[in-house]
Ligand binder design. Structure first.
Ligand code: COA
Length: 156
């Protein structure tokens, strides 16, 4: 197991993390979330956002919403230079536990059909493709796979 993976701490997002989360967004997405977007999630009762800290710096994050018995992935991202070290996996394991504790029976998400890394990540953690949304994304326009993880199966 890598030195980085062993020294990653997953913590609930706080105001002090937001500047670093904006840097992660800019490094990862064509339409990055802004500071205001993250602040709004801190005030949103259904939102549960977690950061992956390495040497006290946020190097990844994952946000989910839990509404009734449904968990939904808002986003997940890891700084390019910290990828393939198991950080997203740690974030997903944490989110699954948070969903189970919050009474969710499944966790769903959308992902660009061309995003092979993210699709492989989700499949590794048991998500299944259950549908496709046409032109769900812009910049560039692209379809989304809808993927779902059942949290009530025995093997979860
Ligand atoms: N190619 C193929 N499979 C990949 C992959 C890649 N580039 N990156 C991750 N995976 C899969 C592998 O199965 C991997 O397991 P392995 O290393 O044992 O083979 C598994 O995911 C776990 O990888 P992990 O190291 O935990 O992922 P990561 O920390 O590198 O983060 C993303 C993965 C997708 C979050 C990261 O690439 C990222 O931030 N991408 C840009 C943002 C993004 O697309 N977010 C998803 C929005 S829906």
């Amino acid at each position: 197991m890598s030195e980085i993976k062993n020294n990653i701490y997953i913590k609930a997002m706080e105001t002090s993390h937001i500047k670093e989360l904006v840097l992660i967004e800019k490094a990862c997405f064509s339409k990055p979330w802004t500071q205001e977007g993250f602040f709004a999630e801190l005030r949103n009762d259904t939102a549960k956002f977690y950061v992956a800290l390495y040497e006290e710096k946020a190097v990844g994050y994952m946000g989910i919403y839990i509404i009734c018995d449904e968990g939904y992935v808002a986003n997940i991202a890891v700084m390019p230079e910290y990828r393939r070290q198991g950080i997203a996996g740690r974030l997903i394991e944490n989110a699954v536990q948070v969903c189970k504790n919050g009474g969710a029976s499944f966790l769903s998400l959308e992902v660009r059909v061309s995003n092979n890394a993210a699709v492989a990540l989700y499949e590794k953690y048991g998500f299944k493709k259950v549908g496709e949304r046409k032109n769900f994304y812009s910049a560039p326009k692209e379809n989304a796979y809808i993927m779902t993880l059942n949290l009530t199966e025995d093997n979860q």
